[in-house]
Design a protein around this ligand. Structure first.
Ligand code: CP
Length: 327
């Protein structure tokens, strides 16, 4: 299927994703991605009102099951659920029966028995949401699984890019950092290439996963080549907690060779935007001047995360008439 050249015309009805899981960008068509992005626009309008609440998911219960730490994803899912009037429940894994040895499958089966409308799952194991999707009737939303995918992050990133640039097709997007351990990278590469962006990925040779070229991206170890003429620069966190070996000599050396500085950013287009999914390692993958500077849209990404997650929840659980969501 060819990539759409416009990003505003959606051919699918709002009910197209009803009852489905959101396991990854890999499972979505370009049309489904555009439906989510367009619905995010409507949800953003709700988020800008004085009373930021609509009854779209009244009577539905969403369980947030986070087996890994999270600030942005967990908080924004909870805010999104409340803005749609869903009843929400966060399972504190550290004080649940998981610490007594209960498996993920048994935990999920017991939660499922209580009749939730949807389950949002973050887990350290790649494929954990896919496993739950096979055993649960309720739609499963992947909030990040191991090194695999983080689909709602890629959706909010795409929405932020489209909001700033008016399109995604044809843009040069440079993604720089720890490519090996990044589920954000995988979801973004899948989404941006499906929508026709020119994607460049850059990092130390030791942090470039094998086979990345097969996804239709340019791979380089030269940050200057990646950033040259870029419309979008997306920096990825060095995931020290997932590294056991010496992938590079020192954090200082990493910053010298791959860190984003104001000087490096001058190679990009004059209206470049700088993104980062967070949390940021300041002075490692990005300088504070750039992270807090005029080209940064990092906090816009966080704000758009609420609207993107509202869109996903709404489309999977409801996806009904337009006035149901805007009323
Ligand atoms: N971007 C992201 O997933 O951040 P959190 O780990 O804080 O949710």
């Amino acid at each position: 299927m060819s990539a759409p050249t416009t990003t505003t015309e959606v051919a699918l009805p709002a009910t197209a994703l009803r009852g489905k899981d959101l396991l990854g960008i890999a499972e979505l068509t370009p049309e489904e991605i555009l439906l989510i992005l367009d619905t995010t626009e409507a949800m953003k309008e709700i988020s800008q009102r004085q009373i930021k609440k609509v009854p779209a998911l009244r009577g539905r219960t969403v369980v947030n099951l986070f087996f890994e730490p999270s600030t942005r994803t967990r908080t924004s899912f909870e805010i999104a659920e409340k803005r749609l009037s869903a009843d929400t429940l966060g399972v504190a894994v550290a004080s649940s029966s998981v610490v007594k040895g209960e498996t993920l499958v048994d935990t999920a089966r017991n939660i499922e028995a209580m009749g939730p409308s949807m389950i949002v799952l973050r887990h350290a194991s790649s494929g954990a949401p896919h496993l739950l999707a096979r055993i649960c009737r309720s739609p499963i939303i992947n909030a990040g699984d191991g090194l695999h995918e983080h689909p709602t992050q890629a959706l909010l990133d795409a929405f932020t890019i489209r909001e700033r640039k008016g399109r995604i097709a044809g843009l040069k997007v440079a993604i720089v950092g720890d490519l090996l351990h990044s589920r954000v990278l995988r979801s973004n590469v899948l989404l941006l290439t499906k929508l026709g962006a020119d994607v460049w990925v850059c990092g130390p040779r030791t942090l470039i996963p094998m086979g990345l070229d097969q996804f239709g991206v340019h791979t380089t170890t030269s940050i200057d080549a990646a950033v040259e003429g870029a419309d979008v620069v997306m920096m990825l966190r060095i995931q020290l907690e997932r590294m056991e070996g010496g992938f590079f000599p020192s954090l200082r050396e990493y910053f010298t060779v791959f860190g984003m500085t104001e000087a490096r950013l001058r190679r990009a287009k004059p209206d470049v935007i700088v993104m980062h999914p967070g949390p940021i390692n300041r002075g490692v993958e990005i300088s504070s001047d750039v992270a807090d500077g005029p080209y940064s849209v990092i906090l816009d990404q966080v704000a758009n995360g609420v609207a993107a997650r509202m869109a996903v929840l709404y489309l999977l659980a409801g996806g009904g008439a337009h006035d149901e969501v805007v009323a």
